[in-house]
Design a protein around this ligand. Structure first.
Ligand SMILES: Cc1ncc(COP(=O)(O)O)c(C=O)c1O
Length: 477
């Protein structure tokens, strides 16, 4: 696929530029060798806020008060705005058969679902299937509160349909002991490390073998239309959806719902037990919790930003992002001095390293010399980073036991560099990033790592690099 710079640039100008504030798009920074436009290359971490989201937040802020108390015009208005926002999210997420829950972020939603399902009144016999290479937000909650079985991924951390089929067949045959059956599979709709999407066959298999699905949608939702009706539990994060400061949104199937979050729906009876409305379809939750005060403004901002994203049309988003990503991948793959970890382009990110440079030093160089913000880290996917770095299990164990556990240093935890684009990025960003990468590789080849190392000091505990104080400040005033 050719990279038609002019055509793509005018497409971006017309379609995506108006979605963002000029002050974000044109933010300036002062790298060490001059001033430049700030380039956001960590969109998989968090996205810049959309104008529609910010406006909705501002409008709602003007009448902000505690919602649902219904005792004044502001309360009525904020309640109306909040209810509309929930309705929008339900519609766009195809979550009619769901209750929405609002937490801090995806991690909180997944933690909460795991804890809820472990409560005695909700606990079902069986094990939870997890992938070791998943983000720790979708790995850790299950092992701590449930018995788990691991489903192996391929060497790049991609889900393998055959492995799911085998695990379901082996454990969920007719008459299988209930404790050994897989009751739930924790799946990831788009990976934050390899960019791959969950194969649809795994969803079909789960249905066939009566396995519930808890889906982490936070990396998928900014790029593709979501259909939460496919999953029993679903989560996303507003901060990855162009709604800075919004909540984590969880969607919980009413059919399999173990819990209801109530505010005004909870009444406590004389025995201290909750009384609640039974849904129209007759479903009864097994537990009830008080909802507490919700991040109302965050929910309103999230719904408006997500509606705005839908208005841009996901087909347009996918087409544009695919072109800028393919160009990034093709160039990185063939660039001398760059090691790309995944053999094919998936999603909106590329994981790579520059020969000879520790990942975190690469991150510091992009920032300090080029004004480019990308992430260099373990991406909360420790097992996958270990594999990518070709580190043996023994060596990883040694690092954990001798360096990390005694809190000596985290500098040797395997990591990588990730560039992740979104509709916030104009084609010029991709060109500037590739030019910067070429320059860094050339400098390392010609002058060695010392060319860059001299500018930085490394924090022994964290392994992070920071610019030596004798160099000038980097943030534009
Ligand atoms: C795949 C995946 N799952 C979960 C999370 C956690 O998201 P949050 O920080 O919003 O809880 C992330 C964060 O980047 C992620 O990439």
């Amino acid at each position: 696929m050719s990279f038609e710079f002019q055509r793509l640039t005018s497409e971006w100008e017309g379609l995506f530029r108006p979605f963002f504030r000029e002050e974000d798009l044109e933010a300036r920074v002062q790298p060490i060798n001059g001033e430049t436009r700030y380039i956001e290359a960590n969109n998989a971490g968090s996205t810049k806020p959309s104008i529609v989201g910010l406006r909705a937040r501002e409008t709602a802020s003007a009448v902000y008060t505690s919602p649902h108390s219904q005792t004044g015009p502001h309360a009525r208005e904020i309640t109306r705005l909040f209810n509309d926002a929930v309705e929008t999210l339900v519609k766009l997420l195809k979550a009619n058969d769901k209750n929405l829950m609002f937490m801090r972020n995806t991690s909180d939603v997944l933690n909460e679902i795991s804890i809820m399902l472990s409560a005695s009144e909700n606990r079902e016999p069986g094990v939870v299937a997890v992938e070791r290479t998943a983000h720790s937000a979708q790995y850790l909650p299950w092992g701590q509160f449930h018995v788990t079985t691991e489903i192996e991924t391929d060497q790049y951390g991609r889900a393998i349909v055959a492995n799911y089929r085998k695990a379901f067949q082996e454990r969920n045959y007719e008459g299988a002991p209930p404790d050994e059956r897989i009751k739930l599979a924790a799946v990831t709709l788009s990976s934050n490390t390899n960019g791959d999407r969950l194969p649809a066959e795994i969803v079909d298999l789960a249905r066939r073998y009566n396995v519930k699905l808890v889906a982490d949608g936070c990396q998928d939702a900014p790029h593709h239309e979501q259909d939460t009706s496919l999953y029993d539990f679903y989560s996303l994060s507003a901060h990855k959806l162009y709604a800075r400061g919004g909540p984590g949104v969880g969607a919980i199937s009413k059919k399999t719902r173990p819990v209801r979050f109530g505010g005004n729906v909870v009444v406590i009876d004389t025995n201290g037990k909750p009384v609640y409305d039974i849904d129209e379809d007759g479903t009864v939750p097994r537990s009830v919790f008080d909802l507490g005060t919700i991040d109302v403004l965050g929910v309103i901002q999230c719904a408006a930003a997500y509606q705005g994203l839908h208005d841009l049309r996901f087909q347009n988003i996918e087409d544009y992002e695919q072109q800028i990503m393919q160009h990034t991948f093709n160039n990185l793959k063939d660039m001398p001095g760059v090691n790309v970890y995944i053999p094919k382009q998936y999603g909106a990110l590329v994981l790579f390293d520059i020969d000879g440079l520790p990942s975190k030093l690469s991150g510091a160089i992009y920032d300090t010399f080029h004004g480019i913000n990308l992430r260099s880290d373990n991406f909360c996917s420790y097992e996958l980073m270990r594999r990518f770095n070709g580190m043996s299990l023994e060596e990883y164990k040694r690092i954990i036991e001798e360096e990390v556990r005694p809190r000596i240093t985290k500098k040797n935890i395997p990591d990588a560099v990730r560039v992740s684009w979104s509709i916030f990025n104009r084609p010029e960003d991709i060109i500037l990033f590739l030019d910067a990468t070429r320059e860094i590789c050339d400098n390392v080849r010609k002058h060695g790592v010392a060319h860059y190392e001299n500018f930085f000091t490394m924090d022994e505990k964290t392994g992070n690099f920071s610019l030596r104080p004798e160099f000038k400040p980097r943030l534009a005033g």
